[in-house]
Design a protein around this ligand. Structure first.
Ligand code: NDP
Length: 288
């Protein structure tokens, strides 16, 4: 009966997820450590449980969205998970997800799914926002609960390994971290000019969007094993270009600390004798 859901954790994200199920007519039981946070949802029709254990007992499907992995263990300490399907939307590492799945099984849970949320709270329950959640773990549970899981955001299943969703989540966030490092550096370079940040932002978004397609070329090289495949800008040329990037930073009084880790790896790969590659060889340097 996936029309009945228990939701533990009503922070910014948990409350948004809970609200989307309420709006879609699900029979929802909620619990939050700070009880006052359950009041608005109770006013909208959710049943507020007095304890996490009571909330867990109320539905076959239990969804948790708490601060971190440790808070999941703490919140569920007294709950009887026997026969429950557990969906953990709390952000964690792949290893934490695997350990939490084993922990849930040890506590008698029926099936486990781990989720990595690729959205911010305002995107929840708004299909046009493009937000989605990676799920991994029990494929059987994913299929059964897919309709309910697709209410807050798109639901993308990435395999039986419970750690897979967290790995996908973290890989995308890590790429974003690098991208925003570059964005920060670019704005720092432009500071003190009369170019308005809003005008420069428009140029940046256009440029990054165009360059993002390069990612498919990296994939083609990784899959073929030929890192020179389709290279239009080779490493020898790019390392030369990097010198201009670093010198410009110096001229502008901007620290290059956000970009030097990557330029240094490109130099190492070039020094290892790969002038005709693109940047794909850097991946091997990171893995070794
Ligand atoms: P909040 O800080 O808004 O809420 C944290 C929640 O965890 C609260 O309900 C809090 O309860 C609860 N909590 C913390 N420690 C414990 C504990 N020891 N025992 C029981 N409950 C505890 O965070 P969010 O709702 O924004 O995030 C929840 C999860 O969603 C996180 O893992 C986050 O990484 C993930 N996420 C969030 C996104 C976002 O943009 N907000 C985006 C993608 C993922 P209390 O109210 O009592 O403090």
């Amino acid at each position: 009966d996936t029309k009945k859901i228990t939701m533990l954790g009503l922070g910014a994200m948990g409350a948004a997820v809970a609200r989307s199920w309420l709006s879609a007519g699900y029979e929802l039981t909620v619990w939050n450590r700070t009880a006052s946070r359950a009041e608005p949802l109770a006013a909208e029709g959710a049943k507020a449980a007095a304890s996490a254990a009571e909330a867990v007992a109320a539905s076959p499907l239990v969804v948790v969205c708490l601060l971190d992995d440790a808070s999941v263990e703490e919140a569920l300490a007294d709950a009887d998970l026997t026969g429950k399907d557990l969906v953990n939307l709390t952000t964690g590492t792949p290893e934490q997800a695997r350990a939490r799945a084993a922990w849930a099984a040890g506590r008698g849970a029926a099936r486990y799914l781990d989720g990595g949320i690729m959205a911010v709270p305002p995107m929840i329950g708004v299909p046009e926002s493009g937000g989605y959640v990676f799920y991994s773990g029990s494929g059987e549970l994913f299929e059964e609960a897919q309709k309910a899981l697709s209410v807050p955001a798109g639901a993308r299943y990435v395999g039986e390994d419970p750690g897979s969703a967290a790995l996908h989540d973290v890989a995308l966030l890590s790429a974003m971290t690098g991208m925003f490092a570059g964005v920060s550096h670019a704005f720092a370079l432009m500071r003190g000019t009369d170019v308005p940040p809003s005008g420069f932002a428009a140029l940046l978004v256009e440029w990054l969007t165009a360059m993002a397609g390069y990612t498919h070329g990296v994939a083609a090289q990784l899959e073929s094993g030929d890192y020179t495949l389709g290279v239009t800008s080779n490493l020898a040329m790019m390392v030369q270009g990097n010198a201009t990037l670093l010198r410009t930073a110096e001229e502008r009084g901007v620290s290059a600390e956000l970009i030097t880790p990557f330029t240094a790896l490109m130099e190492r790969r070039l020094a290892d004798g790969h002038p005709d590659e693109g940047t794909t060889g850097v991946i091997d340097l990171l893995r070794s």
